[in-house]
Design a protein around this ligand. Structure first.
Ligand SMILES: NC(=O)c1ccc[n+]([C@@H]2O[C@H](COP(=O)([O-])OP(=O)(O)OC[C@H]3O[C@@H](n4cnc5c(N)ncnc54)[C@H](OP(=O)(O)O)[C@@H]3O)[C@@H](O)[C@H]2O)c1
Length: 202
């Protein structure tokens, strides 16, 4: 059994990840902390550090947070770009940057991206761009991680459980059950792979 910190646990993707982490000691966190063990704001390095200090030793971080703004490219404001970049890109990179000071030898990070960087749709340019950045970050930084620490990213298509939120903007996409995406998180945490983009598509 590993000690796993799951961030964004009450969200759609967090609940999907949870299905793949059942055999572990899962410590949950989110910005509001509602229904979770801890609060954390992944856009603040100080908040990330405080979380790891509070939790103590752990074997894995699974992050399912990456807030995105949606608009056509011509209508995206600087603020919308910045909000998305600070959450889905910089926030996730900082989780690894800060987390490396705390994670156990042989531990793992699992980040979140999303299928829209390889299957683009209108209004999702910021989500797609930051998802692509995280896929690249993971594939490259894996070569630099010390102490047998691993890193992967789960790149899923839309969840069945979130189809009511995203379905209208994703005609022609086939949603997948959260439990299937949970398997991808399980493979990342319990396997030996590193530097991989784990696609879950229908
Ligand atoms: N849903 C899908 O079908 C799907 C498919 C592919 C990829 N993704 C990606 O998965 C990620 C999560 O999507 P979702 O559908 O699970 O969203 P969601 O249901 O809205 O859940 C978001 C979660 O993130 C937490 N959160 C938001 N900002 C935070 C911050 N700054 N620090 C810490 N926690 C924060 C929220 O916590 P509080 O409620 O406490 O604020 C909540 O638990 C997104 O990047 C999305 O692009 C989603």
């Amino acid at each position: 059994m590993k000690t796993v910190i799951l961030i964004g646990a009450q969200g759609h993707m967090g609940q999907a990840a949870m299905t793949g982490l059942k055999k572990h000691n899962v410590i949950t966190a989110s910005r509001s902390g509602t229904g979770c063990d801890h609060t954390v704001d992944i856009t603040s390095k100080a908040s990330i550090k405080a979380l790891f200090e509070k939790v103590g030793p752990f074997d894995a971080v699974v992050n399912t947070v990456g807030y995105c703004e949606y608009a056509n490219f011509s209508e995206m404001t600087d603020e919308q770009w910045d909000t998305t970049i600070q959450s889905k890109m910089v926030g996730q990179i900082n989780l690894v940057n800060v987390g490396l000071n705390y994670i156990n030898d042989g531990g793992s990070f699992t980040l979140i991206s999303g299928i829209l960087n390889v299957k683009p749709i209108p209004v999702a340019i910021a989500d797609a761009t930051t998802s692509g950045a995280i896929d690249t970050f993971v594939q490259c930084v894996a070569h630099e991680l010390p102490r047998q620490v691993r890193i992967n990213v789960v790149n899923p298509t839309v969840l069945e459980e979130a189809w009511d939120v995203y379905g209208e903007m994703m005609p022609g996409f086939q949603p997948v059950p959260g439990a299937l995406v949970g398997k991808a998180f399980e493979r990342s945490v319990d396997g030996f792979i590193t530097g991989k983009v784990i696609f879950v598509d229908a």
